[in-house]
Structures are given as C-alpha cells and as structure tokens.
Design a protein around this ligand. Sequence first.
Ligand code: COA
Length: 384
Amino acid sequence: MNIGIDKIGFYVPKDYIDIVELAKARDVDPNKFTIGIGQDKQAVPFPYQDAVTMAASSADSILTAEDKKDLGLLIVGTESSVDESKSTAAFLMDLLDLPEDIRSFEIKQACYGATAGLQTAYDFVSNNPGKKALVIATDIARYGIKTPGEVTQGAGSVAMIISQDPRVLKLDHKSVYMTRNVGDFWRPTFSKTAFARGKFSNEVYVDFFQTLWNKYQAKYDVTADDFSTMLFHIPYTKMGTKALRTLEGKVSDAKYAELTKHYQASIKFSRAVGNLYTGSLYLGLLSYLVNAAKAGEEVLFFSYGSGAVGELYSGQIQADFEKVIDKKALQKIIDDRQKMTIDDYERIYQVEYQDGTIVDPKTITEKFYLSEIKENERLYKKLK
Ligand code: COA
C-alpha cells in the first residue's frame, strides 16, 4: 500500500522583524546574521497566538469536510505546549469542528516531534486502510531578547494529511533512527525561553547526520546518487548547510552541486520565517515543493530533535503534487506579511496574559485566537 503526505499546508504569523535591523539594534555586523547564521526575517507572533492557534490555522488551510470524515488520528508535535496535561490536539477539536471518533494526542521530543507523528501516522494508515491522519507541527521558538539564540527565533505551524495513495509524497518506509541522552538544548517547565549550548548542538546535529547517513547507506545499499535532494532540519539555515557540507568531496562534484542547488530552494521559506522547531524540516519540504521540486524525485529527510533523537528517512515526490500544492498561494503567505519595528517586537515579547484577560476581537487580524484566560484555563475562539 502506498502511504504518505497527501496534503501539506502552513501558517506563519503575519508580522516579522528584519534581521539586518535586529543586527543593528544588537550592534552586530549584519553579515553575521544574514551570512553567518543565514536568516533574513523572523516571524513574530502576538500574545493572543500560541501553539494552539497556529496549529488550528495551518490545519484549517488544508482540511476539507471529506478529510474530516475520514480522519482517525490527530497528532500534534510541539515543544511550545500551553498545558502540561491537556494536549494541543484536544483544544483543536472545537476550533476545527472535528468528529469525536478520533484518537488524538501530543508528542514532544524537541524538533523531532512531527517526524515521530508522521511515522506513527504511517503505521496508523497502514493498519486502517481508508482512514487518514492529521499531523501538525506547531511551535514558537524563543531564546530571549539579546541572547545569542535571539537571531534563530521564529514561529509557525505545518499541517500534513497522511493517507493511502498520497498525492504529494510517498513515504518509502525506509528509515534509520537513533537516540542519545545529550544536553545540547533544553527548556525546563518554569521557563518560557530555551537554553542552548548552540555550538555543541551543531556538533551533535552534524554527528547524528553522519552516523545516520552511514547507517542508511549500509542498511539499504544506496549512495547519494540515489537521491536528487536532501532536506534537513533547519532551525536556522546555516545549520543544515553544515550537515550538507560533510558530503563535499565524498560525493561527485555534480551530485554535490545538485544537492546544494536543491538545498538552496528548500531554505527560502526558513530564511524568511526563522525557526519553527519541529515544523522546520517540513517548512523546508514546502519551500522545496514551491521552488524546485519535480515529480518522481527521491528525497532524503534528516530530522533532528535536541536531547537528542535523529531519524533519516526517504520519500518520493508524486506525479500529481502540483495539483495539490498551490505554489502561488503558498508563496503569498510568505510575501503578504508586514514588518514590525524592533521596538514593537521587544514590547510584544514581554506581554504575558494573566488570568482574567479578555482579548478584544476587534484588535485581532487572525482567524483563531486566545480569547480569554478564566480560572487559569485558556479559552480559544474562531473569528466568524
Ligand atoms: N560575517 C559573516 N559571517 C560571520 C560574521 C560576519 N561578520 N561574524 C560571524 N560570522 C559567522 C561565524 O564564523 C559563524 O559561522 P560558522 O558557524 O560557520 O563557524 C557564524 O557566523 C555564527 O557565529 P558565532 O560566533 O558562532 O555566533 P554565536 O556565538 O552568536 O552563536 C549560535 C550562534 C547559532 C550558536 C547561537 O545563535 C545559538 O545558540 N542559537 C541556537 C542554536 C539552536 O537553535 N540549537 C538547537 C537547534 S536543533
């Protein structure tokens, strides 16, 4: 049975800061941020947005009534959860008008969560032919103002429908994975911002990629020549570049040039949005689909979540992907955003809603929003 991604959509907040302006405000050479880190813009969510509202928005962009009827599984991958008990998935039931006969839960393993969701969805569809699964990655990446990680922040959500006879990407059901207890990045429950040993994290990430790539080649008797594209987890675009560069001199010059060209197409959206944590790899897939993908291409995916879990798996771009991927509409989401000043970003960053807060819908420009906090319970609404 062919199983994979039948639809994929994303959501990013409508406001962003310009990375050159951020560099100037932090008294840093802009080239460090645009070349050294590899970012141009950073999405900034409003306080009435969170992992729930962004997940609702990305899923809403792809779900039809027929999809909802066939859904049997909903998995949300996030490390920006709003509740230690109730899952983000449960909040979505009303916002998305989903039927009750759905198994739903949230997965956390740093930026690996959505891949865990995708592989679980594969198994679900394979065991329940005809049913569909909705996998959503949703996160707000926060390191704090004036921290080294600030330039690698971002926010957004990617939603995917996994089904039989997928129209976007058929999963090959070939993968290798690994887990190690590593202290490269963590966010204790008391903290809204992450702690990272950034350079160490780069080293672990590259080591995981190399280890898994060696395993994958041995297990499936393949080489780089069997893939036209490699997509990487891209918390900031320089990080994927570091993994890709390990192939230089080990594969033919022509293959390396092809992989590099395709990698550049896959990072366009991330350069303009920033870190989506667990959605980053899948924003890379979207960027690639919009900017360069060809039907029939074999694609290798490197998923990495600090702490740390890594997985390398592959899939094939399907013949009809252009019928499901509205390239213009997806590009428009990136283009139709407005720039926020660094002062406004810093002001909004500090705002934290407390119990009793009621948000005036007249001030909202988004379809889904946090409307109220009552007895410490977060209540959400959808603009009619
Ligand atoms: N022009 C061009 N490049 C420049 C530059 C300039 N003027 N100044 C510095 N650079 C380059 C550096 O050479 C370096 O490149 P390299 O990584 O290829 O060596 C890069 O910019 C970053 O410089 P560095 O001094 O290492 O930056 P930093 O100490 O501010 O830290 C991070 C950068 C990425 C480590 C930090 O932002 C961070 O910790 N981010 C979070 C990491 C993370 O998200 N981890 C989890 C992901 S799974």
